[in-house]
Ligand binder design. Sequence first.
Ligand SMILES: Cc1cc2nc3c(=O)[nH]c(=O)nc-3n(C[C@H](O)[C@H](O)[C@H](O)COP(=O)(O)OP(=O)(O)OC[C@H]3O[C@@H](n4cnc5c(N)ncnc54)[C@H](O)[C@@H]3O)c2cc1C
Length: 492
Amino acid sequence: MGVVVIDVIVVGGGPTGLMLAGELRLHGVHVVVLERESEPLPYVRALGLHVRSIEMMDQRGLLDRFLAHGRQYPVGGFFAAIEKPAPERLDTTHPYVLGIPQTTTDRLLAERAVELGAEIRRGCELVGLRQDEHGVTVELGNGGTRGDGGVAARGGKELRSRYLVGCDGGRSTVRKLLGVGFPGEPSRVETLLGEMELTAAPKTLAAVMAEVRRIHKRFGAMPLGDEVYRVVVPAEGVSEDRSVPPTLEEFKRQLRAFAGTDFGAHSPRWLSRFGDATRQAERYRAGRVLLAGDAAHIHPPTGGQGLNLGVQDAFNLGWKLAAEVAGWAPDGLLDSYHTERHPVAADVLHNTRAQIELMSTEPGPRSVRRLLSELMDFDEVNRYLTEKITAIGVRYDFGDGHELLGRRMRDVRLKRGRLYELMHGGRGLLLDQTGRLSVAGWEDRIDHVTDVSEELDVPAVLLRPDGHVAWAGEDQPDLLTVIPRWFGTRIG
Ligand SMILES: Cc1cc2nc3c(=O)[nH]c(=O)nc-3n(C[C@H](O)[C@H](O)[C@H](O)COP(=O)(O)OP(=O)(O)OC[C@H]3O[C@@H](n4cnc5c(N)ncnc54)[C@H](O)[C@@H]3O)c2cc1C
């Protein structure tokens, strides 16, 4: 058995894997990211970050970089593309969607991971995997990039680590090699997506688009400048192999079928297709191997949630896995990754299924859509759905207690600075208005902050490194019963 030198191998350099690598590096974990593609692909899938992801970037000191490359949009109108204004009283200091292409998000997360000391090995494909009680052995491919989701020829080269996380996308090789089930529904419809030039006059184009979109919600052309548009149109059927890109001719045919014109489409930058399969891994952990992001759950892009869900998985998992590697993780901490994140993704799968039904052109679903649209005029309904899509409504089950328990906490003003500025290091934090509490014995894992300037409706809260409230109260003995559950035994 070879010597274990790598703490964690992250398979897949998409947003989930890159976020995770950065989180692990915050805690000094030796991490190597294996990415099959030798260069980033040009396809732009996700177009933005929702509130919870924006908050996370703020909590890690990354938000300025993202704001510099993105545009802020109102949070309203995302659920099933039902056009509504943003709800009132959204409990966040970042009440907007940050429009930013996934290619930029991936680049920024890669830069951050590398700055923190992660090693990203491109053109490196995992083709085999086995584990024992001490670690995981990975077999690498022969360096040839397949790009079609298939497994490359075995290369005979091996790497070994203590843990491995499969962040290798919806067709995850890691998940398949583990034999973890991925139950759900196959794609029923397929959509073409690409960037190309359109010669039609912008006003005519906008008018035709608006007319078609009255019925067909999976149709659109978003101007990107210089006559280049991001075009979305339903495909004719469901293809056998979605990694084979459509042709420009296929696009033009579908545009003519839906809009009566192909808008003079030409000079494509890239063309792709995506389906609406909805599936979730039965378990997110098998021994020393874990799954995160699309490798653990896939669903249609409705509401723009997939990337967000993946980086939020990484935010939940990073500190727990780091604690395991460091040796202070209490029993059950790593398993709580599945317990907490599996229900969250299951809920997203439900809401995307619902959104797909609400976007159907059939008369029944269109009536349901009309009714829901009316209901969304009630601020409470609008807010409930917006909290779902933005993920600020997520509440982990930590048992009964204060209404903040299990929820993430919004930013809070301190006498000097803000709460989120104190979370850059990914440590636990006791926010204490009483000034009487103590985290003695855990100072290496938990910071203690007392200079709160804003009135909170609770005397003190204990935040985990992912910003979720682990405890709320004012009683020291009570606090001491909770700390070990998340932060292990005290030193000394
Ligand atoms: C059209 C479309 C629009 C979307 N819009 C949005 C949106 O607006 N908002 C949103 O939040 N989400 C959106 N999504 C979803 C989002 O793109 C995905 O959820 C997100 O990319 C998942 O990130 P990931 O890192 O988990 O997986 P991926 O991005 O798929 O990354 C997986 C990586 O693993 C690599 N890999 C795979 N196999 C191996 C292997 N064996 N060895 C080494 N490397 C491997 C791949 O090359 C890839 O780089 C959209 C998706 C589509 C299709």
